[in-house]
Design a binder for this molecule. Structure first.
Ligand code: RIB
Ligand code: CA
Length: 356
């Protein structure tokens, strides 16, 4: 019996979507994670659908005990724009999951983030995987939140890389640039205030190196104990679910969700596979050695035009502003993919006997 690794208390803020779902599975498969709550925000799909998807995915992972909290259903200023073409009309691609048995929590996301941070000052890491609306509201309610959290990691932005939504902007920030601008401003160092770590920004610069391909799915199925033939079907193009893979609730969910996501990337990015942005952000939150970062001052363009929602990084220090983000500029994506396959494959193996 191995010793329990030192626990990392986490709050995940999600817009579940397919890669958010993979991030939830990765967190549930990581023994060092103490998942305190998952808060939901409108983004890939509407917030109530996000909350349904999140509870359903947690139950696939056997973690129906984790509190799921509904958050903001609209961005701070802009009207909500979702992306059914990327994640499917339900947000989980072709996957269909049983109705979750756990009810939504009665509190609201921003309040729950503030409450948890206040009760465990300096202990909790917040990882945001969608638009920053909930965090912006939490900061309005508790301006000291940056010093109450142990850490903050975001999947969002494009700091040297091109955008994926417009030439200059990444999706999470494009949905709610006003929230992102307020959040980045809140982490500007206060020379008179307590020292605090800068947020780790996992932008497209590194998350687009986390490319899941059919071969990875085959390896994940084998890690879960599937036969060579069944794993081979999952590694084919288009991917197919057969035998023990189809019977495994985690593998079946991953296969049905990713079949949609791979078709999207084939159409829009020219390869049959998927950028798995969100689980990479969770993995880096758990192990900073996966990334190489540079501190930099970043602001967000909230005005109109081609630079709308752009993360403007002052790499040459021309503004004289102190750094407010630690931006991941390089990463060990191969090490992450291996860990993703091992951990999520291990979770699938552990869930293989559960009928869902
Ligand atoms: O740009 C990628 C991000 O937008 C990911 O978090 C994905 O889930 C979508 O929300
Ligand atoms: Ca997301």
């Amino acid at each position: 019996m191995g010793t329990m690794p030192e626990q990392i208390p986490l709050i995940l803020d999600v817009d579940t979507g397919i890669d958010d779902a993979l991030a939830l599975l990765y967190a549930c498969a990581s023994p060092e994670v103490d998942l305190l709550a998952v808060t939901c925000v409108a983004g890939n799909v509407d917030a109530r659908r996000v909350a349904w998807n999140t509870r359903a995915v947690l139950e696939v992972a056997g973690r129906g005990d984790v509190p799921v909290v509904l958050g903001r259903e609209q961005p701070l200023v802009k009207p909500l724009v979702t992306t059914p073409e990327t994640h499917g009309p339900t947000g989980l691609g072709y996957a269909s999951l049983p109705e979750p048995s756990r009810a939504l929590e009665h509190s609201e996301a921003a309040d729950r983030i503030v409450e948890l941070a206040r009760t465990r000052p300096g202990e909790i890491t917040l990882v945001t995987l969608g638009p920053l609306t909930n965090l912006a509201v939490a900061l309005e309610r508790e301006p000291a939140l940056p010093s109450l959290l142990k850490g903050f990691v975001l999947m969002g932005g494009a700091y040297k890389a091109p955008g994926n939504t417009t030439p200059t902007s990444e999706w999470n920030l494009h949905v709610d640039p006003d929230a992102a601008r307020a959040v980045f401003a809140a982490w500007r160092p206060d020379l008179d205030g307590p020292p605090m770590d800068l947020p780790l920004a996992m932008g497209l610069d590194v998350t687009e190196h986390a490319i899941l391909r059919p071969g990875h799915l085959g390896a994940l199925a084998r890690r879960a104990g599937a036969s060579l033939a069944d794993a081979g079907a999952m590694a084919s193009e288009p991917l197919r679910l057969a035998g023990s893979v189809a019977a495994n609730p985690v593998l079946r969910f991953i296969g049905d969700a990713l079949r949609f996501y791979f078709e999207f990337h084939e159409q829009y990015d020219g390869f049959y596979g998927a950028f798995i942005h969100d689980p990479f952000a969770v993995a880096a939150a758990l192990d900073r050695s996966l990334v190489f970062t540079q501190p930099v001052f970043v602001d967000v363009e909230t005005g109109p035009g081609l630079a709308h929602a752009m993360t403007v990084a002052d790499w040459r220090g021309t503004t004289g502003q102190p750094s407010n983000l630690d931006v991941a500029v390089a990463a060990n994506a191969d090490a992450f993919m291996e860990r993703f396959i091992d951990r999520v494959g291990g979770l699938a193996e552990a869930r293989s006997g559960v009928a869902r």
